[in-house]
Design a protein around this ligand. Structure first.
Ligand code: B12
Length: 295
């Protein structure tokens, strides 16, 4: 069964037609064409038959446009904002402060709105690197300084996770290729960087299975054997959670697996080179899925 949302053609993972974008955003194809002719919010390229093809950046911009229009902003003003908005350090700091305040107040409703708008308007990578990770680091510093900020950490991490889920749920389904399996070690309760990676991969049309936090080793092994994934990343953020025996067991079963995250550093070279950031992860995943995800 098809949903009509499958990406198009041989490059099906990265390009969407007007109809697919319209369905994903809940607007009409006529409106999309009007936004193109009036404001220049058009497709990235044309397909062989002349059909309009939109890439992830255009999808992002149109999503931002429809969020603003739904909030009651006039279309011309919204288009001006979408086309002119840039993530400047001052802008990022303002957004980060707003989000920080909403987290400190455990205002989940405000957080959801702020995060939806941030992700839709600026893309997952920029939202994470420029705004969300700095706020989380700030929270970590407060915790280290002895301030009791556990509720704020919990609120923000949960809200980011939920917003990423909403963002991914709106994407067209990925192709049925072997997935990338992303799993946290059994004691690891910091899954966010891995969930961000999952969202970035899905936005690029790569199928992903993200198992979430604190996954029992047996579940990781059974899932990996069953899915025959293109690659497994085993995530550890904090030193006491890295599970070297699990990594060894997966390797023994000929599952392609890599250690990812700062928690692996104390374990040293015996787990192989550790993936130490989003670019490194995207580079290695590119070689396993046969597509350049950094380009
Ligand atoms: C939110 C949070 C929590 C939440 C997590 C909820 C969730 N759903 O994620 C909760 C409240 C559950 C929590 C619990 C705990 N936490 Co906590 N937590 C944090 C906090 C504030 C943010 C975590 C995060 O998402 N960081 C992501 C970004 C912001 O951090 P970053 O360092 O820039 O991360 C980058 C790297 O990881 C890098 N990276 C490196 N390699 C790779 C590989 C790949 C593939 C990718 C994609 C990225 C990547 O990319 C990241 C993003 O740019 C951090 C503070 C901090 N600085 O991280 C503390 C922090 C991680 N927590 C800490 C601790 C100690 C704990 C607890 C033990 C506290 C306690 N006593 O209860 C528990 C239990 C943890 C466990 N068993 O796993 C310490 C860890 C110290 C250490 N190194 O040992 C920190 C650093 C706070 C501190 N300053 O001391 N925590």
């Amino acid at each position: 069964m098809t949903t009509g949302l499958e990406p198009r053609g041989t490059e099906r993972a990265s390009w969407w037609t007007t109809g697919q974008i319209a369905t994903a955003l809940g607007v009409s194809p006529v409106l999309l064409r009007a936004w193109d002719s009036r404001y220049g919010l058009g497709p990235a390229r044309r397909g062989p038959g002349g059909q309009r093809l939109y890439g992830p950046r255009e999808l992002q911009r149109l999503r931002r446009m429809s969020v603003l229009v739904n909030q009651g902003v006039r279309a011309g003003t919204a288009a001006g904002l979408v086309l002119s908005e840039a993530v400047t350090p001052a802008w990022s700091r303002l957004r980060a402060d707003e989000i920080d305040r909403a987290a400190a107040a455990v205002d989940l409703h405000a957080l959801a709105g702020l995060l939806d708008e941030l992700l839709a308007g600026h893309g997952t990578i920029a939202a994470w690197v420029d705004v969300l990770a700095p706020v989380l680091r700030r929270q970590g510093e407060r915790w280290q300084a002895g301030e009791s900020a556990f509720a704020a950490e919990w609120a923000l991490a949960g809200a980011v996770s939920a917003a990423l889920e909403r963002q991914v749920a709106r994407l067209p389904p990925p192709p049925r290729d072997p997935p990338v399996l992303l799993a946290c070690c059994a004691a690891e309760r910091h899954p966010l960087p891995l969930q961000v990676l999952a969202a970035v991969l899905r936005e690029a049309g790569v199928p992903v299975v993200f198992l979430g936090e604190m996954v029992a080793p047996g579940v990781v092994v059974r899932t990996a054997v069953r899915l025959d994934p293109a690659l497994v990343l085993l995530w550890s953020m904090t030193p006491y959670t890295a599970d070297a025996p699990l990594l060894a067991e997966l390797a023994c079963r000929e599952v392609p697996v890599r250690a990812a995250g700062p928690g692996w550093y104390p374990v040293g070279g015996r787990v192989g080179p550790v993936l130490d950031g989003l670019p490194a992860a995207l580079r290695v995943i590119s070689s396993h899925v046969g597509r350049d995800l950094l380009g």
